[in-house]
Design a protein around this ligand. Structure first.
Ligand code: AMP
Length: 362
């Protein structure tokens, strides 16, 4: 039986481990928290930090193949280990996605359209970039930003003053795209083929994914273009394994926003809403099994459960209903805006969700 090592033990690690178990593959995760969600399902859990070289190497030693479930694994640790152990996705996709400036430059260099952007490091470069790009614009920290943390929309000159504290670290200023909708794609690639999951339309709240509707119910030609350009991009970059890309769409134009070389929140619907899911295909890739092309089972809605919605989700979980799948990640501490679980509604359209379910959540 093969063992997959997972750097990180959050909900993504948990769902990788669940699918691995179904495919008779062992898992071991590395996470600093003794009560990390994946720890409950993995066969082994190494309690250790991601920036502790000994801990990461211990994970590699105990695994046949290693993957990661979050982006911020330090290169100085992973690069030497990629030489010694089987880490088939390698460090490259992490390197390309860890810094928003590098990430957008890489996307543009490999054929994707991005919002206009500029590096800003101080007040002078921020004012110069605003003068060039105009307002509104979005200021984001280059590294370690996620779910809308470390970013600010500048709407008028007066907002520049407020933005200055963010410039304590290197930032990027981006053109604000008044998008018609957001969408994302998840792909899994081995040497021979790429499989991609049906594209969903995403709705964010406070910068955090709130809802995902699949199919996206938007122009099919735009979705076809999104799929083909994403697959071309993945090949052009030489990535293997799993890759998710988030886009903004405005009047038929597709703009790259960001990417992640790991399972993606917008792909959680695939567990019940598709014939195979993002976690299972990642596991198949890692253990060298042929990939399976996914198909949508029925229109599906995924609702993220943040701390403020946990009680409502637990109530729903107690009243089983056909097509409603409640996932609670088992995190020990619930906080507003913390991802605590998700619910998948299979056989439901966006309109039906709005009518029957939306008002059950905060
Ligand atoms: P990010 O962390 O970059 O994915 O940003 C979180 C959310 O903020 C996105 O999903 C969008 O809803 C919004 N956002 C980020 N960048 C832009 C932009 N350049 N134009 C418009 N909205 C944006």
């Amino acid at each position: 039986m093969k063992t997959i090592g997972i750097i990180g033990g959050g909900q993504l690690g948990l769902m990788i481990a669940e699918q691995a178990r179904l495919l008779e593959v062992r898992t071991v995760c590395l996470d600093p928290a003794a009560d990390a969600p994946a720890g409950a399902v993995c066969d082994d859990h190494i309690v250790g930090r991601f920036d502790d070289p000994e801990a990461v190497e211990e994970l590699c030693r105990r695994s046949d193949v290693v993957t990661y479930e979050f982006e911020n694994v330090p290169g100085e640790i992973l690069i030497p280990l990629c030489e010694k152990y089987h880490i088939p996705q390698g460090y490259r996709p992490l390197y390309d996605s860890q810094d928003r400036l590098r990430e957008k430059s890489n996307a543009r260099d490999h054929g994707l359209q991005t919002p206009r952007f500029a590096a800003v490091d101080d007040e002078a470069s921020l004012r110069a970039a605003v003068a060039d790009m105009g307002l509104p614009a979005v200021l984001k920290t280059r590294t370690l930003g996620y779910d809308g943390h470390g970013q600010l929309v500048l709407r008028s000159e007066a907002d520049i003053e407020q933005a200055l504290p963010l410039l304590a670290v290197p930032c990027i200023l981006e053109e604000f795209i008044p998008f018609d909708f957001e969408a994302s794609i998840v792909m899994v690639a081995d040497r021979e083929r790429i499989v991609s999951f049906p594209i969903g339309r995403n709705v964010h709240r406070d910068g955090i994914l709130d809802l995902c509707f699949v199919p996206a119910e938007v122009d099919a030609e735009v979705l076809r273009r999104m799929k083909s350009q994403s697959e071309r991009f993945m090949r052009a970059c030489g990535y293997e394994g799993i890759l998710a890309i988030e886009y903004f769409v405005r009047q038929g134009e597709i703009y790259f926003n960001e990417m992640a070389p790991r399972p993606h929140n917008s792909g959680h619907y695939t567990i019940e809403g598709a014939t195979t899911n993002q976690f299972r295909e990642l596991v198949r890739y890692l253990v060298g099994q042929p990939l399976e092309e996914p198909r949508l089972v029925a229109p599906t809605v995924m609702k993220n459960i943040l701390g403020q919605d946990l009680e409502a989700a637990e109530r729903i979980a107690r009243e089983p209903q056909e097509g409603v799948f409640v996932h609670i990640y088992g995190k020990s501490e619930s906080r507003p805006k913390r991802k605590m679980g998700h619910i998948t509604f299979v056989g439901m359209t966006a309109a039906e969700y709005a009518r029957a379910w939306a008002d059950r959540f905060v």
